[in-house]
Structures are given as C-alpha cells and as structure tokens.
Ligand binder design. Structure first.
Ligand code: ADP
Length: 289
C-alpha cells in the first residue's frame, strides 16, 4: 500500500485566507505533502479509487432523487495545467458522472446576456461532479486586464459572484475553487516546449504571448480574486503548479476529502431484495429455448 504523506489537509494548507500573499507564494512548493514525486505518483491512484467510489455514490444518490452535486472551478493562466487536471484527476472517475464545461471567449449571443447566463447553463445536474475549465472568474480576470468593461462594472462582480455562489451552495452544490499558479519562468518553458514540439503546436495560440506580456496585471487581478472571493462558503485553494505531480495530487485529495465529508450512502433498494433473488432464481440458469 502506498503511504499517505499528507501532514496537513491540503484544504488547510492551500486555502487563501485574509493574509494570503500571492506575490510571495512559492509556485514550486508542495505544501502539506511530506514526500517527493515518486511518493505522490504512488499514492495518487489509491486516492483516485476512493474518489471514484465516492463519485459513484453521489451519482447513485442523484439517480434516486438526491439533489446534491459538486462543482470544481479551475482557473489558471495558460500552461498552468488545467487540462492535465481534467485528464489525470477527473480521468480517474466514471465519465458519466462528470459534467465538463470550458469557457472561452464569449460568443456574440453570450455577450448579449448577463455574464452568468452561459455559466448557469453548464451547472452540474444532481449527482454529477461539474468541472469548469475557466469560469465566471474570467469576468473579473481577463475582462479586467483587457478593460473589456469599465472598472465599476467588474468591481461590482466580486460581491455578485459571492452571493451567486452562496445561493448555489444553498441549493445543494458544493463548490471547490482551485487556482493553479504557475511561475513566470515555468510558463516560459512550457510555452517554448509547445513551440518546439509539433505534437504540441495545437495547444499554442499566438495570443498566449500577449497574455504573458500582461503578467503583472493578471497577478494583480488574481490577487484581488483571492482577496474578495475566497469566502467561508466557497474558499479558494491556491495550488502551486510548477510541479504537475503535486497539483494533481493536491486536487485529487481536495476532491476526495470533500466527497468524504458529504457522507454519501448507497441508496436503499426500493424493492424487496429477497423477493427479487427468489424471482431471479425462478428464471433458471439456462436460457429459455
Ligand atoms: P484555453 O486557452 O484554456 O485552452 P481557449 O483558447 O478556448 O481555451 O479560450 C480561452 C480564452 O478565452 C482565454 O484567453 C480567456 O481569457 C478567454 N476568455 C474566457 N472567458 C472570457 C470572457 N468572459 N471574456 C473574454 N475572454 C474570455
């Protein structure tokens, strides 16, 4: 059996509290995990199995009339590893239990609506783990940095988002907000790798350079997101992302522990099990001729 080397619950180790300081945040660290990459890679599948069973329970509950769901919000700049979390973490659970949504540049129709309109359409149904690859937070990140709306408009959104998320939670959705924070140096290397490798060119877009050149403005925007929207009901977990093995391990652990706390029970059968066993036996062992 692989060793559990979490010395601190990653939700405590990574939660952005009032004193959180993004400028001094170590993006190469592995807070709470007292082990190395090999230890982490050994432990990951074990937790993945646990997460997968819990997800199945959540799904079963949803099928039986339960209303609960989980929403994982993933934010991070280009190359931070959002796609890797989807593939390697959510990839460990049954795809039918996962509802994935990605949010890119809004379409004309989306722009004609309130910014939460397209988000609400993608909320996870009961029993599912919803995953947002980017989210409503883009409306206080890129929208702020690129000055797509006036400051008073995006400033008002922090409170609006907090209130909106609170309501979601009251309606049965557990929200887990994860920001993957990669360092400037590591991002440079990952982008160069995308340019060096023809099999990674599809992941690169010329706009990534433009975004990278606005690094300080994006860091300020992220710092304010953590300052204003890391609430009691929906805190931000800021995850160092320079070591992919760590960010995947941490997000898996956060998800698994959150699911564990939902105290998910297998639904009780709404038929008489013994009666059904007798009925099944009565059908015999050989296929009817
Ligand atoms: P990714 O870069 O994550 O692979 P895409 O290339 O499809 O995904 O699109 C992401 C782009 O969409 C990012 O540059 C992001 O800033 C932008 N985007 C997302 N939401 C918004 C928004 N509300 N307004 C403007 N741009 C947005």
């Amino acid at each position: 059996m692989a060793q559990d080397l979490w010395t601190t619950d990653p939700r405590d180790a990574l939660r952005a509290g009032p004193d959180f300081d993004l400028a001094s945040f170590d993006r190469n660290g592995h807070p709470g995990w007292d082990g190395d990459k090999a230890d982490g890679e050994e432990y990951l599948p074990e937790r993945g199995e646990e997460m997968s069973e819990l997800q199945e329970r959540l799904f079963a509950e949803g099928r039986e009339g339960g209303t609960r769901s989980v929403l994982l919000v993933l934010q991070g700049l280009d190359t931070a590893g959002k796609g890797g979390i989807v593939r390697h973490v959510l990839g460990m659970v049954d795809p039918q239990g996962v509802a994935l949504a990605s949010f890119g540049v809004p379409t004309e129709e989306e722009r004609a609506h309130h910014y939460l309109w397209r988000i609400e359409k993608k909320l996870p149904p009961a029993g599912r783990i919803g995953v947002f690859d980017r989210s409503h937070y883009e409306d206080v990140l890129v929208v702020r940095v690129d000055e797509l709306v006036p400051e008073d408009v995006w400033r008002a959104r922090y409170d609006e988002i907090n209130a909106w998320e609170k309501q979601l939670i009251e309606n049965g959705t557990t929200i887990i907000k994860v920001a993957l924070m990669v360092s400037f140096e590591e991002q440079g290397e990952r982008l160069m790798e995308r340019l060096d490798r023809p099999d990674k060119h599809w992941k690169f877009s010329p706009g990534d350079i433009d975004t990278r050149s606005k690094w300080p403005a994006f860091q300020d925007a992220y710092a304010d997101v953590f300052r204003y929207t890391s609430t009691e009901h929906a805190p931000w977990y800021v995850v160092p992302a320079d070591r992919k093995w760590y960010s995947r391990l941490a997000v898996t652990e956060i998800l698994t522990r959150t699911l564990e706390e939902l105290d998910l029970k297998w639904p009780e059968a709404d038929f008489d099990v013994e009666e059904m066993k007798a009925a099944l036996r009565a059908t015999g062992e050989d296929a009817p001729a």
